[in-house]
Design a protein around this ligand. Sequence first.
Ligand code: CO
Length: 214
Amino acid sequence: MENPMELSYKRLLDGNKAYSMSKKIDDPEYFKKLSLGQRPDYLWIGCSDSRVPANEVTNTESGEIFVHRNIANLVVHTDMNLLSVLEYALVHLGVKHVIVCGHYGCGGVRAAMSNNLHGFVDNWLRNIKDVYHKYEKVLNAIEDSDKRADRLTELNVIEQVRNLAKTTIVQQEWKKREVHLHGWVYGINSGLVTDLSVIHDGTEDIDKIYRYVI
Ligand code: CO
């Protein structure tokens, strides 16, 4: 008799067969076309949260979005993983839009707001504590803790978009062509994205000390 653990992962393999089959029924050439290469227009930097899958919430197909996800959708200037994804997406794939998508009800944001110890992740979430610290007056003025978390979620996205603008990678690309940076927040309880409209199409939005002479 199979144990339930085995059955639970087999569900994914069965799901994969069904997925492959249905795609081929719609378009027999679907996978053949995908195998020729990718040319996505978008880079998605989102939270690892299982409820915010990039393609599903944007109704897009395989091949349309290059994806990087980490806990609380952070753009950390020393993160080799993020920087490698960013450079590859901009320089080699030529993506036109970089989207930082946070989400309301983010456990990472919640954890960063508290003084509790969660483990190694606290060192990662320190970046959000720094955002909190920067906007402490505004945030502390919000009495309701859910509303405060929502605002911190938005401010965190805005700061991560700024962090993108501060990278040498984005600034070098801006010298050559237009690249649009977007800050979005997804509502898990509505399925809808709020566009924070923090589009930085140049270095005007970041302080002088972060602007490189290129
Ligand atoms: Co999250």
